[in-house]
Write a protein that binds this ligand. Structure first.
Ligand code: PMP
Ligand code: GLN
Length: 379
């Protein structure tokens, strides 16, 4: 057997969560909340389970959910996506990303990835015969994107650029100027875009979410990927969606149809009802801003240095005042010795580096954040 993925091991999220549980450590590694979702949402799921909504959903998702997603983006960003032909409900953003990549990447096509980046992008590209081309962002520069460098990577083989805002792991966000610069460099090409926007509602300090769909030139070639797991504290439900113009959605659905066909029915009904009240997502930024601020207050007397996250539920910290170890060794040691698990940020790059950054997930109850802060402040 010749492996199609010779370099794929177990994801860092699985590795660190397992290590945390083996050592009874506070798990600030894998990105998931340790608190429950709204009881209204679980009641809705129960309701639809009991009502017998337990068979296959339509391939593109139930009508009510597609409609309310289209309504939400129309209210928030004044853009129109037709619920019948331009909104597709899928099994989490992971599927949305895979299906979008599969829909457009042919053998030998190049895909520009801005690293550090989420770990599923590059494997999805290579499994489709594509070639990842990296633009490396660094902490010294607060992970700012130099669009001239991105431009320099574009050639006739470039098929796709993947953007993620708010960003995992760095907590940075794209600005309106970023969208303008991107539009300028791709407007005369046939390049497609993916906007991985799973942290759309987890954005702080009054910043606006600059979705790719807010720029007309970008919107017409973008697959926008969303996830209810992040927004509603239900990462285990794996329901997400993809917004894309009709022609792109058609290609996207061809892949989705063969990949999973459809996703979990009662939960789609529950989400459709829950989304009817905009407060359920409009309350999320301040909820998570408090979490971020709580975590930062808990580590303010530590020797870590950091720029506060602008979005996502992750905080990156620099530890060079504490130790010389590489981030992977340190993340393992902190889990075993002080009982706090984190993610080494070097794993989000395609080549080894020694930037000395750890990522902590602050989607945790206050007690967990306080206990973690106490332990981390002793270092
Ligand atoms: N993109 C990013 C940036 C993520 O952080 C995650 C997950 N945590 C995903 C995609 C996948 O989302 P989902 O769990 O809905 O598949
Ligand atoms: N997105 C989550 C994170 O970054 C993990 C999701 C997963 O475990 N696949 O931590």
């Amino acid at each position: 057997l010749i492996s199609k993925q010779p370099n794929t091991g177990t994801t860092i999220f699985t590795v660190m969560s397992k290590l945390a549980s083996e050592h009874g450590a506070l798990n600030l590694s894998q990105g998931f909340p340790n608190f429950d979702c709204s009881p209204i949402l679980t009641e809705l799921v129960n309701h639809y389970l009991k009502k017998g909504m337990n068979q296959y959903a339509p391939m593109a998702g139930i009508q009510a959910l597609r409609e309310v997603i289209a309504q939400k983006v129309s209210d928030l960003y004044q853009v129109h996506y037709h619920p019948d032909s331009e909104v597709t409900v899928v099994c989490g953003a992971t599927e949305a990303l895979y299906a979008a990549i599969t829909a457009v990447v042919h053998h030998g096509d190049e895909v520009i990835l801005l690293e550090p980046c989420y770990d599923s992008y590059a494997p999805a590209v290579t499994l489709n015969g594509g070639v990842p081309v990296y633009v490396t962002l660094t902490p010294e520069n607060d992970y700012k994107i130099d669009w001239n460098i991105v431009k320099g990577k574009i050639n006739e083989r470039t098929k796709l650029i993947i953007l993620n805002t708010p960003h995992n792991p760095t907590g940075t966000v794209l600005s309106q100027e970023d969208l303008n610069s991107l539009a300028e460099i791709i407007k005369d090409t046939n390049i497609f875009l993916i906007g991985d926007e799973v942290y759309e509602h987890i954005i702080f300090d009054g910043l606006a979410h600059w979705s790719l769909l807010r720029h007309p030139i970008l919107k017409e070639r973008s697959f926008i990927c969303g996830s209810f797991g992040k927004t509603f504290h239900v990462t285990g439900w794996k329901v997400g969606y993809c917004l894309a113009p009709k022609q792109l959605s058609e290609e996207f659905r061809k892949v989705h149809q063969w990949l999973t066909f459809s996703t979990v029915t009662p939960i789609q009904y529950a989400l459709a009802d829950f989304l009817q009240d905009p407060q359920n997502y409009l309350s999320i930024p301040s909820f998570y801003q408090e979490k971020r601020d709580k975590f930062l207050a808990c580590i303010k007397d530590s020797r870590f240095t950091f720029t506060p996250a602008k979005g996502s539920f992750f905080q990156c910290v620099n530890y060079e005042r504490i130790t010389d170890e590489n981030d992977y060794e340190l993340a393992i040691r902190l889990t075993k010795e002080i009982g706090v698990a984190s993610i080494p940020v070097s794993v989000f790059y395609h080549k080894k580096n020694d930037f000395k950054i750890l990522r902590f997930c602050f989607a945790k109850d206050d007690e967990t954040l306080e206990k973690a802060g106490e332990k981390l402040s002793k270092l």
